[in-house]
Design a protein around this ligand. Structure first.
Ligand code: 13P
Length: 252
């Protein structure tokens, strides 16, 4: 059975103290629960990584970052490399979130470099893809996601694919309250798994965890996760409220 994941993407929220307190309360919550069916990941801003890593020692909850540099090291003021992230104890990094693609103009070629660096540093990459509203309205959503995966991800050798989680995040559903219907999510996840199968074979495709992200909340999580190709969620706003995040993880 493939791995189920519920990952919280805090985005640019919470100062250091707030973030550490929040991580403590999430850790406490999952400690007291019987083992969840899903791996629970907190993807925090860079400033929280080292502190949250201490809090999550021996925890059921794991840690990730939200971005990494496109170069391994050196004179790149303000950047944080994949190996620096790995040195904090984080195991994951989100690559290619639509907010990075649109606000910071990160294109497929650059994201491909970041993905390779992440894997070389020993991190698992949560590789994001998804279409904007106009692309869906024009019926181009499948072709857009195909391009993002082919150019950003499918240059990887087969043995690296075990370090990849794919997250489908339709841009029109992020932070908007509009959620993809379970059928829309399933259609895309099934399509993505088919692309992985074509490129890397059946075993890789069947083992690939594919997450849904975009206004996922306690009221819609169970229905989304009930679809056969939806293996969990990448959660933005609702990951900032412990009760909501916990309820989404329970929905697995
Ligand atoms: P929301 O859950 O706030 O829509 O954000 C989704 C997201 O971008 C997660 O990476």
């Amino acid at each position: 059975m493939r791995k189920k994941i519920v990952a919280g993407n805090w985005k640019m929220n919470m100062n250091l103290e707030e973030g550490l307190n929040f991580a403590k309360s999430v850790d406490r919550y999952f400690r007291e629960k019987p083992a969840s069916k899903a791996e629970v990941i907190l993807c925090t801003p860079f400033i929280h990584l080292a502190g949250v890593s201490e809090i999550l020692k021996n925890s059921k909850v794991t840690l990730g970052a939200q971005n990494c540099a496109s170069e391994p090291s050196g004179a790149f003021t303000g950047e944080v490399s994949a190996s620096m992230i790995q040195s904090t104890g984080a195991q994951y990094v989100i690559i290619g979130h639509s907010e990075r693609r649109s606000y910071y103009h990160e294109d497929d070629r650059l994201l491909n470099k970041k993905t390779l660096l992440a894997i070389n540093a020993g991190l698992k990459a949560i590789f994001c893809c998804g279409e904007v509203k106009a692309e869906r309205e024009e019926g181009r959503h499948l072709i857009i996601v195909k391009r993002q995966l082919e150019e950003g991800l499918f240059t990887l050798p087969a043995e690296s694919m075990k370090m990849i989680v794919i997250a489908y995040e339709p841009v029109w559903a992020i932070g908007t309250g509009l959620t993809a219907t379970p059928e829309q999510a399933q259609e895309m996840h099934y399509y993505i798994r088919g692309l992985v199968r074509e490129k890397y074979g059946k075993e890789c495709a069947e083992g690939m965890t594919i997450l849904y992200g975009g206004s996922c909340k306690p009221s819609n999580a169970a229905e989304l996760f009930s679809k056969p190709d939806v293996d969990g969620g990448l959660i933005g706003g609702a990951s900032l409220k412990k009760e909501d995040f916990a309820a989404i993880a329970e929905a697995i």
